[in-house]
Design a protein around this ligand. Structure first.
Ligand code: RFL
Ligand code: PHB
Length: 383
């Protein structure tokens, strides 16, 4: 088989790249290790920046998001039970689950996606004719292509196929994770609540007016089996302001999992004709809600680079892709790291560190400039 761009991974990055290229008449094949249902069953991001909304719209898949998504114009920050709302001013975000974004993109795709592709391997990425081999239904296949887009997430094969000597990686692994619960009950508040408490961080989020998503910070040594629904609700209530805790509508969890927290960047996102985008290239802790949004920004830049190559014969976009993407990646890394530091309890924080966290909160609570800066970062920096 032959294609122009072979895309590894059918998460939001791979599917969006595929859609943008399809709209420009560029041929793609997507290879995905899991089944479509498995991909749709992963509960992940919930918040879209304006840039991601605009991209979904431009890709012709924005209609359901605008009909069913929830526009938010602020968040609540809670510090040891004291709550302060940060208003986004003239900015906004859209609360619309990653599952729905993925479903909309899957349904809109006309070109081929090969699900349950096993043993995907990349060959000759630094030559003129890269190839991708894989097994499907017991048979081995090969795709010849011009370019490979590695959109296969943090544990994918693409980054692992780059020579280690070509990669510079930067990483911070946090000593805790987020235990998340999805529940078919109305959200406790109209907007998201990010809560710092000495017992640990908590987040009240949502997927719709009738479905909520809640998280509590837990040590990475915790096992999800040890967290009954009751234990989760008790811990969440303990970290919230008493009025919010009293208003919480609990019920049987429909999903429960622990996600590790990590900051990670692999530079320079390129090896010959192989390009990395999304979680394959970088990870942010979920505190700033930036992961999916960064993935959307990467693939927009990569799609524009491929379009310039095929339409105008220009390699400038391809050569400039890493620098363009990395500028935004590092700004999002900074914000996600800062928000994680402000809101979580760290084993090494100590009394001084807690006072600094309190001072950060007070500054945000009282300074209009700090609030504007927060809103600019949370809702999405200009391109
Ligand atoms: P994905 O979604 O991981 O998709 C990669 C796909 O590649 C496949 N794959 C392979 N396919 C073929 N061969 C192989 N060898 C392969 N190896 C892997 C995988 O099966 C998968 O289908 O990466 P992508 O597309 O880059 O998308 C990134 C986002 O998923 C991620 O950044 C966000 O979910 C992060 N995130 C959030 N981002 C936001 O913008 N806003 C949020 O509110 C937000 N909340 C979150 C989050 C992530 C979380 N977790 C679980 C880490 C909340 C949580 C709890
Ligand atoms: C979510 O709803 O899953 C969510 C929302 C905001 C975040 C992270 C996760 O910062």
């Amino acid at each position: 088989m032959r294609t122009q761009v072979a895309i590894i991974g059918a998460g939001p990055a791979g599917l969006m790249l595929g859609k943008l290229l399809e709209m420009s008449g560029i041929d793609t094949v997507i290879l995905e290790r899991k089944s479509a249902n498995y991909v749709l069953g992963r509960i992940r991001a919930g918040v879209l920046e304006q840039g991601a909304m605009d991209l979904l719209d431009a890709a012709g898949v924005g209609a359901r998001m605008y009909a069913e998504g929830l526009i938010h114009t602020g968040i609540d920050l809670s510090f040891d039970g004291e709550v302060h709302r940060i208003d986004f001013g003239d900015r906004k975000v859209m609360v619309y689950g990653q599952t729905e974004v993925t479903r909309d993109l899957m349904e809109a795709r006309k070109a081929e996606t090969i699900y349950e592709a096993e043993d995907v391997a990349l060959h000759d990425c630094d030559g003129g004719r890269p190839r991708v081999s894989y097994r499907h239904a017991g048979e081995t296949h090969e795709i010849e292509c011009d370019f490979i887009a590695g959109c296969d997430g943090f544990h994918g094969v693409s980054r692992a196929s780059m020579p280690a000597s070509d990669l510079r990686t930067y990483e911070r692994v946090y000593p805790f994770g987020w235990l998340g619960v999805l529940v078919d009950r109305p959200p406790v508040a109209d907007e998201l609540i990010y809560a710092h408490h000495e017992r640990g961080f908590a987040l009240c989020s949502m997927r719709s007016k009738s479905r909520s998503r809640y998280y509590v910070q837990v040590p990475m040594t915790e096992k999800v089996e040890d967290w009954s629904d009751e234990r989760f609700w008790d811990e969440l209530r303990a970290r919230l302001n008493p009025d919010t805790a009293a208003a919480l509508k609990t019920g049987p969890s429909i999903e429960k999992s622990i996600a590790p927290l990590r900051s990670f960047v692999a530079e320079p996102l390129r090896h010959g004709r192989l390009f990395l985008a999304g979680d394959a290239a970088h990870i942010v802790p979920p505190t700033g809600a930036k992961g999916l949004n960064l993935a959307m920004h990467d693939v927009r830049a990569l799609a524009e680079a491929f379009m310039a190559f095929y339409r105008k014969g220009s390699s400038a976009g391809i050569d400039g892709y890493a620098d363009r993407a990395l500028k935004r990646i590092w700004l999002a890394e900074r914000f996600s790291w800062w928000m994680t530091s402000l809101l979580h309890t760290f084993p090494e924080t100590g009394a001084f560190g807690r006072r600094i966290q309190r001072a950060e909160f007070d500054y945000l609570r009282t300074s209009e400039v700090a609030q504007r800066s927060f809103a600019e970062n949370y809702c999405g920096l200009p391109d």
